[in-house]
Design a binder for this molecule. Structure first.
Ligand SMILES: Nc1ncnc2c1ncn2[C@@H]1O[C@H](COP(=O)(O)OP(=O)(O)OP(=O)(O)O)[C@@H](O)[C@H]1O
Length: 499
């Protein structure tokens, strides 16, 4: 970790010059319109498939939108492409459902090209549907019945790679018959710093313990399955040739951990039990902005903030835009308020944890399709979400931490594209904001101003919109209270009956 590799020195690598790249995967990448590997992808390829041959676990700190997903998906799919027996060998864990769905799509675009399959465990479908997608019961001859209690009959994984959120992963580990992580060869913890902050039923120690506790033997990595020798399928791990492990069997579960703001705190990273971690990072700053991101500030009167926002949205002329607020309550209120202005020519929707997942997914789909131009969001959106064509990010409320700024701003200026991040500030926030950006080496944040006539033009509707917002909040509170009362009465009745 003390001797990091600078990713920016790697440069991009055309697919045709990528060493050892399986031609089937080259074709799949071309179908994804990918012509070259981005620097982080080339650097990870070099350390996994190339001369580095994945002898050390890999920690990646690389800016938002730099292509970290493909950086791990491509080598994992290539490394698993020689496997002949299906079982769960790669696990990718992400903090949110939407993010997991997005990552699964990347794997799904590559894996079938080499005969591998990918599963998703996020609670998107019912647990029964998810189980039938992940687990294959033995195919039996005519007249033979499957006995669910007979452990001799092999229940196998239907997937080679699983993308999961911690909660659903733990549900399967604890309750799904036949689901096992004991054959895992690769573990990816994406958005590591976020996942390490939240323990989620101790998913990490559980996965590590289960993966380490399988029967190890001294066989090579290449031929790592042998059902005939071991009856039920056992994974045989590589024995280590690494520093400190020469000649000794070493149960190596190869790990990749990554984030745009990866923690370097040894006590936090220790939870991952990394093996001689190799640190890949970009440039000299711990926090790095995407190359083509422009940061701008707008100083405004806090009472008129919604009007400044409307004027700014007007100047952006319907370009896709994400507006971040400080909480789910402000997200809801701001979105409701803006929609009371009417006649805006743009569609504005809310996207926050306050909503049900199905509503969120629908909104996201409409935003991706361009049917919604502006998303008002809480920080649920900040991490990892990749929506094509987002040209602008607006911090309606100033973020408190540089990490938050990085993840919010990083929804634009992705994959080398340009983008702008506007931050609306009160006068008393200007100095604090300057200091915040300096933490990522940013010394210049020019002021952006909107035409004052534009701000004024919304003023006449402002008081009516505020009145309507008040009414709306009141009726929502009333509705919530009624719902709670009904629920309470229902429970009381039930207790009465059972009593
Ligand atoms: N080699 C490539 N060529 C062209 N586009 C690419 C390439 N690699 C990735 N992309 C595109 O770049 C975008 C960003 O990729 P990705 O989501 O993996 O970034 P990230 O580094 O994980 O960002 P974040 O830190 O925000 O999660 C995606 O739209 C992806 O399709």
């Amino acid at each position: 970790m003390r001797d990091p590799i600078d990713i920016s020195l790697s440069g991009s690598c055309p697919l045709s010059s990528t060493p050892f790249l399986d031609p089937r995967l080259e074709m799949a990448l071309s179908n994804m319109k990918i012509k070259q590997l981005f620097p982080v992808q080339a650097a990870v390829w070099h350390e996994t498939i190339g001369p580095g041959s994945f002898e050390r676990d890999i920690c990646i700190n690389s800016p938002t939108g730099s292509g970290k997903t493909l950086a791990y998906a491509l080598p994992i799919v290539q490394m698993l492409s020689t496997r002949t027996i299906k079982c769960l060998r790669a696990l990718v864990v992400l903090p949110t459902r939407d993010l997991a769905v997005q990552v699964k799509e990347v794997f799904a675009a590559l894996a079938p090209a080499v005969g591998l399959s990918v599963g998703l465990a996020v609670g998107q479908s019912s647990i029964a549907d998810e189980i039938s997608e992940l687990i294959k019961k033995p195919s039996l001859g005519t007249g033979v019945c499957y006995d669910s209690e007979d452990s001799c009959q092999e229940i196998r994984s239907s997937v080679d790679i699983l993308v999961a959120t911690p909660g659903r992963l733990m549900d399967h580990i604890n309750n799904t018959k036949g689901f096992t992580v004991e054959h895992l060869c690769y573990l990816v913890v994406d958005e590591t710093d976020r996942l390490l902050r939240e323990a989620y039923q101790s998913w990490l120690p559980t996965v590590l313990q289960l993966a380490y506790s399988s029967n190890y033997s001294r066989f090579s990595f290449e031929d790592n399955t042998s059902p005939s020798t071991f009856g039920s399928l056992k994974t045989i791990r590589s024995f280590g040739v690494e520093r400190g492990f020469k000649g000794k069997p070493y149960p190596r579960l190869a790990k990749m951990v990554l984030s745009a703001t990866l923690t370097q705190d040894p006590s936090k990273l220790a939870q991952l039990d990394l093996h001689h971690p190799l640190f890949l990072t970009t440039g000299k700053w711990r926090y790095q902005f995407p190359e083509n991101l422009k940061s701008l500030k707008m100083v405004c009167n806090s009472k008129l903030k919604p009007l400044y926002l409307l004027a700014l949205l007007e100047t952006l002329q319907g370009e896709k835009c994400i507006v971040f607020t400080s909480s789910i309550v402000s997200t809801h209120r701001l979105c409701t308020l803006l929609n009371f202005f009417g006649d805006l020519q743009i569609k504005i929707k809310e996207y926050s944890r306050l909503q049900r997942q199905s509503v969120r997914s629908k909104t996201l789909k409409a935003f991706r399709a361009g049917e919604v131009q502006v998303l008002i969001s809480s920080d649920a959106m900040t991490r990892g979400m990749d929506v094509e064509g987002v040209k602008n990010v607006i911090n309606y409320d100033m973020p408190q931490y540089i990490k938050t700024y990085i993840h919010r701003a990083g929804r634009t200026a992705r994959a080398g594209q340009s983008g702008r991040c506007f931050t609306l500030l009160r006068k008393d926030e200007v100095i604090r904001f300057k200091k915040l950006l300096q933490k990522a080496g940013n010394e210049s944040c020019p002021e952006y101003s909107v035409p004052s006539e534009s701000v004024e033009s919304f003023r006449s509707m402002y008081s009516t919109a505020l009145e309507r917002l008040k009414e709306s909040i009141k009726s929502e509170k009333k509705h919530k209270k009624t719902k709670a009362n009904i629920k309470h009465r229902g429970i009381a009745k039930k207790n009465e009956k059972s009593g």
